[in-house]
Design a protein around this ligand. Structure first.
Ligand SMILES: Cc1cc2nc3c(=O)[nH]c(=O)nc-3n(C[C@H](O)[C@H](O)[C@H](O)COP(=O)(O)OP(=O)(O)OC[C@H]3O[C@@H](n4cnc5c(N)ncnc54)[C@H](O)[C@@H]3O)c2cc1C
Length: 261
């Protein structure tokens, strides 16, 4: 079974700054990291490959810098990596990213399953996996916490809902986005890291993909008009008292006054 994992390179989240005056997000320099949810998708693909055989492939829309994220995946045992990269992709919104990925998957030709993370931790739109399925006109199941079984061209998966989970059967090929409950990702071995350094990463441009750039990159359908950090949280209050009982009494009175209890 051939599995493609959609992997996004994201910046170190703690280093991101919002510049409200300039209306932009300042991204830190450096190689960044594999989107954490995508690590679970890669792990699941490797486990399915170990069970059913076949190939495990990663694909990303990014820049040259994204190669390091792809090499991290190769170090874990992924067979092949594809980077979809072109200046015309800069400024793409999530729908445009999905269009580019769908074109990459079409060029790849055959696959049995596409796995993705439930969302990217930087842009958080959680749109890309579903939109990829729509562009390819194949089934999708989002927020999958367990792949129960794969038999022929049918997969049975548990998808998380607010109240619990649904058990869903999907016809393959399909797109599944995964949540972190699905597994515990492995760490790369030193041998894997060394091998990954020598592996070839295939790069495809807009021309290679035969993509019409009229609705991607700067021509995307959405434009970010404002970027703002969350409002600062008000400082808390420390309740003073001689004894724990006195402090508890004061706290109780305050909560009563505010009608919280
Ligand atoms: C108007 C606009 C302009 C933008 N301009 C830029 C820009 O210039 N540069 C820039 O870096 N970002 C830009 N972004 C953000 C960028 O479009 C999103 O980060 C990207 O489209 C994915 O959306 P998301 O991060 O919310 O992904 P989600 O939908 O939250 O991601 C879910 C899953 O989809 C897969 N996935 C998501 N993105 C990729 C990817 N690139 N490659 C492979 N798999 C992926 C991963 O498996 C991921 O876990 C822009 C967004 C908007 C709205």
């Amino acid at each position: 079974m051939d599995i493609v994992v959609l992997v996004k390179q994201v910046p170190e989240i703690a280093l991101i700054k919002v510049d409200e005056a300039a209306n932009k997000v300042e991204l830190p320099q450096g190689p960044g990291t594999v989107n954490p949810f995508d690590e679970y998708a890669v792990e699941e693909a490797l486990r399915l490959k170990e069970k059913h055989g076949g190939k495990c492939i990663v694909m990303s829309v990014g820049t040259e810098r994204t190669e390091s994220a792809l090499r991290n995946c190769l170090a874990l045992g992924v067979d092949d990596a594809y980077l979809l990269s072109d200046e015309a992709f800069a400024g793409s919104d999530p729908q445009a990213i999905a269009k580019i990925l769908a074109a990459g998957l079409k060029k790849l030709g055959s696959y049995d399953l596409i796995l993705a993370g439930k969302q990217a931790i930087d842009s958080d739109s959680a749109q890309v996996p579903g939109a990829v399925a729509a562009h390819l006109d194949i089934p999708q199941a989002m927020f999958v916490k367990k792949i129960e079984s794969i038999d022929g061209n049918k997969a049975v998966v548990d998808r998380t809902t607010e109240d619990g989970y649904d058990v869903v059967e999907v016809t393959l090929p399909a797109v599944l986005s995964v949540v972190k409950e699905i597994n515990e990702p492995r760490l790369p071995s030193l041998k894997g890291k060394m091998a990954a350094k020598k592996k070839q990463i295939t790069t495809w441009t807009a021309a290679d993909l035969g993509l019409d750039t009229g609705s991607i990159g700067a021509n995307s359908g959405t434009k970010t008009v404002k970027v703002a950090p969350p409002p600062e949280r008000p400082k808390g209050e420390i309740i003073e008292g001689e004894t724990p009982e006195e402090i508890a009494d004061k706290l109780f009175t305050k909560l009563r006054e505010k009608q919280i209890i």
